[in-house]
Design a protein around this ligand. Structure first.
Ligand code: ADP
Ligand code: MG
Length: 246
C-alpha cells in the first residue's frame, strides 16, 4: 500500500504522507492519484515538464489547495489531516509549521529585508522588537548581516532569495516548500542559495520539498520525484551522489 520512501534508507516515520491525491480543473487532470511519503531530513526534488502537476502537488501537500480526493497527513508530534482542516486552521498550520520559498511574490518590496523576515513571526503574535531580533539572527546566518535595512530593490537576486529563506525559516518550519526557488538565478548564485536552503532545512533536521527544473539543483537533493501528466513516473535518489562534481 505504502509508496516507496525513496532509496535513502528505511524511513519509518513520515513527516508528510499523502495518498491518492487527485485534482482536476474541468477536463484537465492536474493530479491523477499521487501518493508520496516523506521522512524527516529528506530533501525531495519534484521535477517534470511544465504542466505536469508539480505546483499542484506542492500546494496540496502544503494545504494551499484542497485535493478533490486523497489525503495529506502531517505527522510531527501530533497527526494532522491537512486536507480536512477548515480554511482558518489550514492557514494557521501554514503560518506556524510550514515554510515557503517561491521564485517571487511572497516578499513585500516596500519592506526592508529585516521587516520581511520578521513578518511571519509578527503574524504568530510576537512583538515587533522580539520578531526583529530573531529575524536578524536568521539574516545573519544566511550571510546578510549589515543588509537588514535594505529594501528588496537594493539587493541582488541571490540576496533576495536569502531573505526569502530567512522569512521561511523564522518560525522553525517543520517542512519547507519551495517552488523554483533558484529559477531566476545564474548557476553560481543558484548553487549558493541552494546551499543556504539545504543548510537551513535538512541541515537542522527539517524537511525540504522543492519543485525545480534544474538537474544540478535536483542532484543535490536526497530524492527526485518525477511527474508526468499528473502521475509519479519515477521516485529515486539522484544517479550522481549529492554534491558530486559534474
Ligand atoms: P506545473 O507546476 O508542473 O507546471 P501545475 O501544477 O501548475 O503544473 O498545473 C498542472 C495542470 O493543471 C496544467 O495543465 C495547468 O494548466 C492546470 N492548472 C493548474 N492550476 C489551474 C487552475 N487554477 N485552473 C485551471 N487549470 C489549472
Ligand atoms: Mg509550476
Amino acid at each position: 500500500m505504502r509508496p516507496p520512501a525513496g532509496s535513502l534508507g528505511a524511513m519509518n516515520h513520515h513527516v508528510l504522507a499523502a495518498t491518492g491525491l487527485t485534482k482536476t480543473y474541468g477536463p484537465t487532470v492536474a493530479l491523477g492519484g499521487v501518493s508520496i511519503a516523506i521522512g524527516a531530513r529528506e530533501s525531495v526534488a519534484v521535477m517534470g515538464p511544465s504542466g505536469s502537476g508539480k505546483t499542484t502537488l506542492l500546494h496540496c501537500l502544503a494545504g494551499i489547495l484542497t485535493p478533490d480526493r486523497g489525503e495529506v497527513l502531517l505527522q510531527d508530534g501530533d497527526t494532522v489531516r491537512v486536507d480536512a482542516l477548515g480554511a482558518e486552521r489550514r492557514s494557521r498550520l501554514r503560518r506556524e509549521r510550514f515554510g515557503f520559498v517561491f521564485q517571487q511574490g511572497l516578499l513585500l518590496p516596500e519592506l526592508t529585508a529585516l521587516e520581511n523576515a520578521a513578518l511571519p513571526l509578527m503574524l504568530t503574535g510576537l512583538a515587533r522588537r522580539e520578531a526583529e531580533t530573531q529575524a536578524a539572527g536568521w539574516l545573519s546566518q544566511l550571510g546578510l548581516a549589515g543588509l537588514e535595512d535594505r529594501r528588496l530593490g537594493q539587493l541582488s537576486g541571490g540576496q533576495v532569495q536569502r531573505v526569502a529563506i530567512a522569512r521561511s525559516q523564522a518560525t522553525n518550519a517543520v517542512v519547507t516548500f519551495a517552488d523554483e526557488p533558484t529559477g531566476a538565478l545564474d548557476q553560481q548564485t543558484s548553487s549558493e542559495v541552494l546551499d543556504a536552503l539545504l543548510q537551513a532545512t535538512v541541515g537542522r533536521g527539517r524537511t525540504l520539498v522543492m519543485v525545480t527544473h534544474d538537474e544540478h539543483v535536483a542532484a543535490r537533493c536526497s530524492r527526485i520525484v518525477r511527474l508526468q501528466d499528473g502521475q509519479v513516473i519515477s521516485d529515486s535518489a539522484p544517479s550522481q551522489p549529492a554534491g558530486s562534481p559534474a
